[in-house]
Design a protein around this ligand. Structure first.
Ligand code: FES
Ligand code: FES
Length: 171
């Protein structure tokens, strides 16, 4: 049986009539066409499906859509235009921490939430923050370094590398 579920998605009110036990991931992708949220394992293991609900990152594949009723849901597309997110993305590019990109939306979101809470996280905090997000391509050193670089850009106001320099570094 379908139920009406209303929430704010990337700053806009949305309403869907779905089985409240359907995963938020499936509702976002299938009913609301938000394909920037990636479907990976759908078993709570990989973090590809990460979204932010009321300020906390969650695995949307394990989150019943009914629980999102009345909440604020943010996907990577909802943060793309913000300077902080763009600097995090730039840091990932500069460190070569993006290859296939499948894990990247989730990693950018956990990085953003981490740095919003603590602009200068310690190494252990960074490791914990990214521990729920699997990447099969880059190796975690590059991702770890990308988070540290992003923390510098956001926390200390350091200037990011010009785009050409960043791209040369990856090659
Ligand atoms: S798709 Fe949700 S954790 Fe893998
Ligand atoms: S860049 Fe491919 S899984 Fe992370």
């Amino acid at each position: 049986m379908g139920e009406d579920i209303r929430f704010v998605l990337n700053g806009k009110r949305v309403e869907v009539t779905v089985n409240p036990l359907k995963s938020l991931l499936r509702v976002l992708r299938e009913d609301l066409r938000r394909t920037d949220v990636k479907a990976g394992c759908e078993q709570g293991e990989c973090g590809s499906c990460t979204v932010i609900v009321d300020g906390k990152t969650i695995n949307s594949c394990l989150y019943p859509a009914g629980q999102a009723d009345g909440k604020q849901v943010t996907t990577i597309a909802g943060l793309n235009d913000e300077r902080e997110t763009q600097l995090i993305q730039k840091a990932y590019i500069e460190e070569g921490a993006v290859q296939c990109g499948f894990c990247t939306p989730g990693l950018i979101l956990v990085t953003r939430v981490l740095l919003d809470k603590n602009p200068s996280p310690g190494e252990a905090e960074i490791r914990v923050a990214i521990s729920g997000n699997l990447c099969r391509c880059t190796g975690y050193k590059k991702i770890f370094n990308a988070v540290k670089r992003a923390a510098k850009y956001l926390g200390k106001g350091e200037k990011p590398l010009p785009r050409k320099t960043a791209l040369r570094k990856i090659q």
